[in-house]
Design a binder for this molecule. Structure first.
Ligand code: XIL
Length: 505
């Protein structure tokens, strides 16, 4: 039996003792470099990924990534009731067995997902007679847990039982059995597998709000009623549209609040939708990486959070494509190449700043070569170490050097735009953003100051709600009266870092 570390042991750094020694040896031999799972161990976390059998069997590149980077596999569908008992009177566990064999071959653990879920009731099962229905549910739970008792130490016992208001949602389970089906499921699961860790799993419970409050109430109620619950799975399917902007300090406080109840936390189904963010492809992927960085960091920093699982390996096979629409929500792209989000996971696990916010993004941010002007004449002297551009013959205060930022701006992302500028003392200086998009033409002040006469830094944060179709987006320096020259050097754009309180203890 492979064990994948219980909470306390992981967070006390005893991971090596809990995982079979063979597991450690193999990781060390074949991975002298930094696979994600090796980095995660140092951070006291385990990493998981959801897999489906056809992909594991049919796509070697994809399977290799699943084997190399993750401690634990979650069968994406193979253990669900409707999948196992798609035919009445027969349990079909072939898909699961293939995943279990793959996990065994790669010294990986398995996460049991999901025993009781309204959306996975076999089609043949009649809802007319509660006793027949309940007996079938009890059989399913008993058979699934006992078949795999030695293999699976964590189970999502109940999935998605809460509504958006935090109260139990209507469902056929509630209709046929009443809301207590949930408590019954946990009690039966404990009786079946006394050693297993039993989880309640749901979506939209990562960030503060009525549903997150409902989750806290549910855990407390179960504990008060002596119904066994060991952990909560926060699915973490993220969507970075403006209205979904995430309250990261609030998320951390929520994780702490859950941890204080004594339950273990898994971020159980992470993916980040970006397809419908207005902006450039590159910016969307950076926005995604920024969110993944913050999410993994929050888990690393909160002791109760022990496990992060991604809902799929590469963008080629994500449930989002079929459930919602084409998207790129995962760590590897369609060709199984690592995306910015992959490197963000590395940085978060290492506890260092995300590289996306410490480096001028090469090929994405502006350079002096690409600077143009909104008016007057542009003179470039790019050879010397003091490379600069100067706008002369300015006939309006808004004439000044400009950079095209359309290629890397995106919703869900804040950029820090900076340059050194020089003009006559006492003149106003301002970074302005000119956006031409579905909302028309807009001029937004980014930052302003007063010229000292010497070279000085002009720096501001860019965060724009773009409206498709986006035509042009430029940032330019303006302000001095006509007739004064305006010079610019060392222009750079970096993604604004997560505030340090979000990523440090
Ligand atoms: C999804 C699978 O990824 C799809 O392949 C399947 O068609 C539907 O279910 N919440 C859950 C997961 O708990 O089981 C869901 O998985 C995604 C949402």
């Amino acid at each position: 039996m492979r064990r994948w570390a219980s909470t306390a042991a992981v967070r006390l750094g005893l991971l090596g003792l809990c995982l079979g020694s063979g597991w450690r040896a193999q990781a060390a031999e074949s991975e002298p470099d930094s696979s994600l799972r090796v980095l995660a161990e140092r951070a006291g976390l385990t990493l998981g990924v959801a897999v489906d059998t056809p992909v594991l069997n049919g796509d070697p590149a994809h399977a290799a990534l699943a084997a190399r980077h993750f401690h634990v596999l979650t069968p994406e569908n193979a253990l669900k009731w409707g999948h196992v008992e798609w035919q009445q009177g027969r349990r079909d566990t072939r898909a699961f067995e293939a995943i279990a064999a793959f996990a065994a071959a790669n010294s990986q653990g398995l996460r049991g997902h999901a025993l009781v879920w309204d959306r996975e009731i076999p089609a043949w099962l009649s809802r007319d007679d509660p006793r027949v229905f309940d007996a079938a549910l009890a059989d399913h739970l008993q058979a699934t847990m006992s078949d795999h008792r030695d293999l699976i130490e964590v189970w999502d016992v109940v999935n998605e039982a809460l509504g958006p208001d935090g109260h139990r949602a209507p469902s056929s389970l509630v209709e046929v059995l009443g809301p207590s089906y949930l408590e019954t499921a946990f009690l039966r699961a404990r009786a079946e597998a006394p050693q297993a860790r039993l989880f309640y799993n749901d979506y939209a419970v990562l960030w503060p709000g009525p549903k997150a409050d409902g989750l806290v109430r549910l855990v407390k109620a179960l504990q008060q009623a002596h119904v066994p619950i060991d952990g909560v799975g926060l699915q973490s399917h993220l969507h970075l549209v403006p209205e979904g902007r995430l309250d990261w300090p609030g998320i951390r406080a929520h994780l702490r609040r859950l941890g204080a109840l004594g339950v273990e936390i898994h971020l159980s189904e992470v993916d980040v939708r970006v397809a419908d963010l207005a902006g450039a492809d590159q910016g969307r992927l950076l926005a995604q990486a920024d969110a993944v960085y913050r999410l993994v960091s929050v888990c690393r920093l909160e002791p109760a959070c022990t496990h992060v699982a991604f809902w799929g390996v590469s963008d080629r096979y994500s449930w989002i494509d079929t459930a919602i629409g084409p998207d790129d929500p995962l760590l590897w792209d369609e060709q199984a190449a690592p995306k910015p989000a992959y490197f963000a996971v590395q940085d978060a696990l290492l506890g260092r700043p995300w590289r996306g916010c410490t480096t001028n993004i090469s090929g994405v941010g502006p350079s002096l070569e690409t600077v143009t002007t909104t008016g007057g004449r542009l003179r470039r002297s790019l050879e010397s170490s003091q490379a600069e551009v100067v706008v002369t013959d300015r006939t309006a205060s808004w004439h000044g050097p400009q950079v095209d930022v359309r290629a890397w701006l995106s919703e869900g992302l804040t950029f820090r735009l900076s340059a050194e500028v020089q003009t006559a003392e006492g003149m106003p200086l301002q970074w302005t953003l000119r956006v031409v998009d579905g909302g028309g033409t807009r001029f937004l002040k980014v930052t302003e100051t007063v010229a000292t006469g010497a070279w000085q830094s002009l720096e501001g944060l860019l965060q724009v709600d773009l409206q498709p179709p986006v035509e042009t987006v430029h940032a330019y320096v303006e302000g001095p009266n006509a007739g004064h020259d305006l010079a610019l050097r060392s222009v750079s754009a970096t993604v604004a870092c997560a505030p340090s309180e979000a990523t440090s203890p």
